[in-house]
Design a protein around this ligand. Structure first.
Ligand code: NDP
Length: 497
């Protein structure tokens, strides 16, 4: 079971009957009746949102929902329905009759509207025509989402409407604060969902269960026992046709500013009293407010960009030779930063956050390296590598690397790895995210102040990189990054110091 089962405001299949007018979440909010997806023809909608929604419906976790798609394309209803059918078709496995019936109902009743959301009054009119309360999902280019919100007036937004914003949320501290201001003019904070789909990954959220339900681990997560924490998200994927977005973002903005800082906060927070969104997000916010990157950026950060190479048998061109790339932007495809959390639990422990594209080896995990024991009785022989706990985010695994007496000499230590597969999600990450939105639970969304803090942490680094204070290194696609990066990437346990 997921750590999120106890969240407040959630409607379970048992609690709702048929999604009737009176259905309320346990938090007393009216249940969302319509999911309005703006950007119906886009990549996010087709690849992630519709399949996530399909799974959610097929599992009986939402009923009586209307689905409305909208976009600037002149699509007829059949074209949109085909898109929905295609996505929902992949969601039927394991569904019961009620789930299948519900899927069909949504498929048959879904509508498409052609609308330019940036035109004065257009989105307001659409909002007035759908069954409320609605969740409005801005699956649009970020600048278009911002413009669409700017042209809305508070009176255009029916009561109970939820606004769902995708990443990137702003492009700097100032722009994120300004976007927060625009949204808060329209709806209250708890009606805004800033999506970070990593929070919908079962293993990411279950960091909490692992840490706080195990006496063996909970007391050890502090500067008294931990030497360093590494959070890696290295991908073998290259640009995959997303040059237009990625070249303006880069690895630091795309992955670290959002997803990896959230994982860091879950690894570092003090135990919240409850799993209520306010408790939990207060604790996440408290970690991030205490966090910063050491200002000697040439030492505390690294950046690099891939050149031509081969990944998994696929030829990858030079990053700068890809269509839509402006080489003058110096966009990094691999970024690493060392974050300090300046509170009594973590002062002195480096949190190293790294993510890159087109790497030869996928490595998606959080690694806690423990300090050496205070005194190892003289006479032991063999490995003296530190104990490490590794939480893998795909495949979802838990590994404990530990020294034990192996076969042979009883005073010779051997490294053993205890490994277990973690329960993977029943839903796709976007299914969990949508579940949170449709049940009016902001737990899996990023609160406004937290989004701003994430920018505050990375902004000085972005400025130093723009000023070329840190060299932009290069690595061949398919390699393990520029020289020297493999030290922390290497599977071999690092020697104690
Ligand atoms: P796309 O460019 O694929 O799609 C954007 C959609 O917005 C298109 O349907 C486009 O229609 C529509 N659109 C653009 N301008 C308007 C307008 N004025 N009025 C109405 N519709 C408009 O983008 P993505 O789907 O990739 O991304 C959407 C958001 O999701 C972005 O914020 C992105 O950062 C985020 N995201 C995307 C992920 C992904 O894997 N794709 C992953 C995580 C986040 P048209 O084609 O007619 O212009």
């Amino acid at each position: 079971s997921g750590a999120i089962d106890g969240k407040v405001g959630k409607v379970t299949a048992e609690q709702t009957s048929t999604g009737t007018e009176s259905a309320e979440t346990t938090g007393g909010e009216m249940e969302i009746r319509t999911l309005l997806i703006l950007g119906a023809s886009g990549d996010l909608t087709g690849r992630l949102l519709l399949p996530g929604l399909g799974k959610l419906i097929a599992q009986g976790r939402t009923q009586g929902l209307s689905l409305v798609g909208a976009g600037s394309d002149d699509w007829d209803q059949d074209r949109w329905r085909e898109r929905v059918d295609e996505a929902f078709g992949s969601c039927t496995e394991g569904a019961n009759d009620a789930g299948l019936r519900e899927l069909r109902k949504v498929q048959e009743n879904t509508e498409y509207h052609m609308v330019d959301v940036t035109a004065e009054g257009a989105l307001a009119e659409l909002l007035g025509s759908v069954k409320g309360p609605a969740a409005v999902y801005f699956a649009l280019p970020p600048a278009v989402s911002q413009q669409a919100c700017e042209v809305l007036k508070p009176e255009d937004v029916p009561e109970g409407t939820r606004l769902v914003m995708e990443k990137p949320f702003g492009s700097s501290l100032v722009s994120a604060a300004s976007l927060n201001g625009t949204l808060l003019r329209l709806v209250p904070e708890d009606h805004i969902h800033r999506v970070d789909h990593f929070l919908g990954k079962a293993t990411v959220f279950n960091i909490l269960g692992l840490r706080f339900a195990n006496r063996l681990l909970e007391p050890l997560f502090s500067n008294e026992h931990v030497q360093k924490v590494e959070i890696f998200y290295d991908e073998s994927l290259a640009l995959e046709g997303r040059a237009r977005y990625y070249d303006k973002a880069g690895a630091l903005r795309d992955m670290i500013q959002s997803h990896l800082l959230q994982i860091m906060a879950l690894m570092a927070l003090n135990a919240p009293a409850t799993l209520h969104e306010r408790d939990l997000r207060d604790h996440i916010g408290s970690v991030l407010r205490a966090s910063s990157v050491k200002p000697d950026f040439a030492k505390s950060t690294r950046r690099a960009r891939y050149t031509a190479g081969e990944v998994d048998g696929r030829k990858i061109p030079d990053y700068v030779a890809e269509e839509g790339i402006d080489p003058a932007r110096n966009t990094e495809t691999l970024a690493e930063i060392e974050v300090s959390i300046n509170n009594s639990r973590w002062t002195g422990v480096p949190f190293i956050l790294r993510s890159g594209k087109a790497l030869g080896k996928k490595q998606k995990e959080a690694i806690v390296t423990f300090k050496p024991v205070n005194h190892l009785p003289t006479g032991f022989k063999g490995v003296d590598a530190p104990t490490r706990l590794r939480i893998g985010f795909g495949p979802d695994t838990l590994r404990l690397e530990i020294d034990v007496n192996g076969p042979g000499d009883i005073f010779t230590l051997d490294r053993e790895v205890m490994e277990t597969n973690l329960h993977s999600a029943d839903l796709l990450p976007y299914g969990e995210v949508l579940d949170g939105i449709l049940t009016s639970d902001p737990m899996l969304s990023v609160r406004g102040d937290i989004a701003e803090d994430c920018w505050r942490i990375v902004e000085p680094v972005l400025k130093a990189w723009e000023a070329n204070e840190v060299p932009l290194e290069e690595y061949a696609a398919g390699s393990s990054g520029p020289a020297g990066w493999e030290t922390s990437r290497d599977d071999t346990p690092m020697r104690t110091v």
